[in-house]
Design a binder for this molecule. Structure first.
Ligand SMILES: NC(=O)C1=CN([C@@H]2O[C@H](COP(=O)(O)OP(=O)(O)OC[C@H]3O[C@@H](n4cnc5c(N)ncnc54)[C@H](O)[C@@H]3O)[C@@H](O)[C@H]2O)C=CC1
Ligand SMILES: CC(C)CC(=O)C(=O)O
Ligand SMILES: [Mg+2]
Length: 350
């Protein structure tokens, strides 16, 4: 029987995870579930945001459902103890380097998009974000300059093996979609990006069927709102992918709609599934959070880790039906609560 690790975390993490769990319970697919402490909740209970028991649970699970971490009361802790280190640690420890963040407009959400309806409705893209390298994992610190000024630094780097494996994942993803791959970098300024671009071009030799283009990240941010329909798969680094995917979420209505899968290989079955948003402390505990991103993450989990495409399709259809009926949390311009949105998805599943 497959084991699902449930790591709900902080803020709205437990609220949206509860709705995802209700969907899984309704589907009754015969999984074992085990919950683990993570993030600020784990720090407050155990003194560490990623306790060894949680890491061990994640390693022995078949898939991990992750809510969100982040707790303002932890913001002045030394960095290694902050909640965010838990998700960074899980991604690194499990070698989850390929982060799939699909963005597509659900019919009915045209008005929620920050873009004009005819621009928004053309969106069907996948941001493939590298997750194990870049400036997030480089040497960092605070030092004092010769003139006595405080200086913070974070080293940005990628080696060619790291770029090659995410490039391969990008080409493979494009092959399974519409055959277009856009590699986003800042090669006009950064050596890290120059290597990225060189290795993506080298890798392209094995994928003559894929139409490869390159775009600087500043232009990509602009093109995402000017003409997002031009994109199929975007492959990019950790930092650029983090930023561009939050932006893409508003192009399709809300950050509360975007799910993600973090995989260790494009063929691997182990995965961590989480909404792209964080713990949203500004709305936590108020029943306002949109649970759709978390529920759609369950669908990604069933498809990628558990080889269950049929219930995955059912979940996506149920979310679409709930949206189609006009059920909307506040981020989508409505007044329904987290629970009511979950209820609507459950009703559409039945
Ligand atoms: N993977 C993770 O666990 C992530 C954790 N974080 C952490 O979360 C904390 C808050 O970070 P923020 O920058 O505020 O990003 P955030 O994604 O938590 O929130 C940004 C804005 O979007 C809204 N929002 C987010 N998810 C929503 C949902 N499901 N429904 C309705 N509205 C939603 C929030 O209310 C807020 O106004 C920080 O501690 C940050 O480090 C941020 C991003 C990812
Ligand atoms: C909390 C950060 C480490 C990551 C983030 O913003 C994200 O994964 O989207
Ligand atoms: Mg982010």
């Amino acid at each position: 029987m497959a084991l699902i690790a449930i790591l709900a975390g902080d803020g709205i993490g437990p609220e949206v995870t509860a709705e995802a769990r209700r969907v899984l319970d309704a589907l009754d697919l015969g999984f074992d579930f085990e919950e683990g402490l993570v993030g600020g909740a784990a720090y407050h209970a155990t003194g560490h945001p990623l306790p060894p028991e949680t890491l061990a649970l994640a390693k022995r699970a078949d898939a991990i459902l992750f809510g969100a971490v982040g707790d303002p009361s932890c913001d002045s802790l030394e960095r290694s103890l902050r909640p965010e280190q838990a998700i960074l640690g899980l991604r690194k420890e499990l070698s989850l380097f390929a982060n799939l963040r699909p963005a597509k407009l659900f019919p009915g959400l045209e008005d929620a998009s920050a873009l004009r309806p005819e621009v928004a409705s053309a969106i069907d893209l996948l941001i493939l974000r590298e997750l194990n390298g870049d400036v997030y994992f480089g040497e960092k610190g605070m030092r004092t300059t010769a003139s006595g000024l405080r200086e913070g630094y974070d080293i940005m780097s990628y080696n060619e093996a790291e770029v090659r494996r995410i490039a391969i994942a990008g080409f493979e993803a494009a092959r399974r979609r519409r055959g277009k791959l856009c590699s986003v970098d800042k090669a006009n300024v950064l050596e890290t990006s120059q290597l990225w671009r060189d290795v993506v071009i080298e890798t392209a030799a094995q994928y003559p069927d894929i139409a490869l283009t390159h775009m600087y990240v500043d232009n990509a941010a602009m093109q995402l709102v000017r003409n997002p329909g031009q994109f199929d798969v975007i492959v990019t680094g950790n930092l650029f992918g983090d930023i561009l995917s939050d932006q893409a979420s508003m192009c399709v209505g809300s950050i509360g709609m975007l799910a993600s899968a973090s995989l260790s290989d494009w063929r691997s079955t182990l995965g961590l599934y989480e909404p792209i948003h964080g713990s949203a402390p500004d709305i936590a505990g108020q029943g306002k959070a949109n649970p759709c991103a978390m529920i759609l993450s369950v669908a990604m989990m069933l498809r990628h880790s558990l080889d269950m495409p049929a219930p995955a399709d059912r979940i996506e259809a149920a979310v679409s039906a709930a949206i189609g009926k006009g059920v909307r949390t506040a981020d989508l311009g409505g007044t329904h609560s987290t629970r009511e949105m979950g209820d609507a998805v459950l009703a559409a599943l039945a």
